[in-house]
Design a protein around this ligand. Structure first.
Ligand SMILES: Nc1ncnc2c1ncn2[C@@H]1O[C@H](COP(=O)(O)OP(=O)(O)OP(=O)(O)O)[C@@H](O)[C@H]1O
Ligand SMILES: [Mg+2]
Length: 299
């Protein structure tokens, strides 16, 4: 079981910077414009959360490249935690450490630990396919299989050996409803999934992830290939899904991180620079580097 009072975001290396006291009024006009219109966040507090993932001194090397540097943090249950940072800073690498997708990269070497609900996911006894069922992943580019809409969602069930038609039908419908796609596809379930629009395909992928009843969904830039309308639908869906699932999202879209993120982590060159509620990160960032990034001054 997890402790109900997980530690707050860990202190970062070095003394608090002089910018830590910066107030919202000091922020540039561009930044204030960038803040989400009227977005209201419930008062969030790390101390009130239960811990889903705990990363302890996580380091990742690809050969000689040190891609993640001593990352220690907790990711709470049933919230949306958004990772931001410039290209190459290690966001996707970190996400892949959460369901051991890095195992598939020969030169990747990891030290430290990642715990899910208190259990190390890198322990020898861990059933990795089962871990990946619990921690599903949605990528930047929707990647439906060359099968029907129905079969895409049913896929994970078939792999698990589930054969009963009624069970599969019911799961397909429930997953498509949860992914806010049912009404758009219910009359063409047998059509090829590739005929759907990009935004519909991305929701189909989310339905496929949901069908096998994960606990966590990792989303790596899920909206970067989508237009604003499809993006809004996927964002709405993420807000719905966090009632039942823990969501961890990588995004280059600051507005998106501010709109949907409950917590936000800023990474730079493999390090976790700042981690706080999204509200604090976007209204009163504690570090100059974070502010420079979210106001578009670098990156
Ligand atoms: N499969 C891999 N093999 C070798 N090096 C890799 C691999 N994947 C990532 N890297 C390196 O690790 C570092 C972090 O990459 P990563 O893809 O995690 O960054 P990112 O923050 O997701 O970037 P982007 O925003 O461009 O997607 C980069 O220097 C990258 O070159
Ligand atoms: Mg990436």
């Amino acid at each position: 079981m997890t402790d109900s009072h997980s530690p707050p975001a860990p202190p970062l290396d070095g003394p608090p910077s002089a910018t830590a006291e910066r107030s919202a009024t000091d922020l540039t006009p561009e930044f204030r414009r960038g803040a989400p219109d009227g977005a209201t966040h419930e008062a969030l507090d790390f101390n009130q959360e239960t811990t889903c993932f705990e990363l302890r001194n996580l380091n990742l090397h690809y050969g000689r490249e040190h891609a993640l540097r001593d990352i220690t943090m907790t990711i709470p249950h049933r919230r949306i935690t958004a990772f931001i940072g410039p290209s190459g800073c290690g966001k996707s690498s970190l996400l892949r450490c959460l369901n051991r997708m890095n195992d598939l990269i020969d030169i990747a070497r990891l030290t430290g630990d990642v715990r899910l609900d208190g259990q190390s996911i890198y322990d020898k006894s861990v059933d990795v396919p089962e871990l990946r069922r619990r921690v599903g992943m949605v990528f930047q580019k929707p990647n439906p299989f060359p099968k029907s809409i129905y079969e895409n969602v049913a896929y994970g069930l078939r792999i698990q050996g589930i054969r009963r038609r009624s069970v599969i039908d019911e799961t397909v419908e429930r997953s498509l409803r949860k992914a806010a796609l049912w009404d758009e596809v219910k009359d063409r379930l047998k059509s090829p999934a590739v005929e759907l629009s990009g935004g519909q395909q991305q929701r189909l992928i989310i339905a496929r992830a949901i069908a096998i009843e994960p606990e966590v969904i990792l989303l790596d830039e899920p909206c970067s290939a989508l237009d604003p309308i499809a993006t809004a639908k996927v964002e709405e869906l993420m807000m719905e899904l966090k009632q039942h699932y823990t969501l961890v999202i990588v995004t280059h879209n600051m507005q998106q991180a501010a709109r949907v993120g409950d917590y936000c982590a800023f990474m730079y060159m493999g390090e976790l620079i700042e981690y706080d509620t999204a509200e604090t990160m976007f209204q009163r960032p504690g570090k100059q580097q974070t502010e420079d990034y979210i106001t578009g001054r670098f990156g």
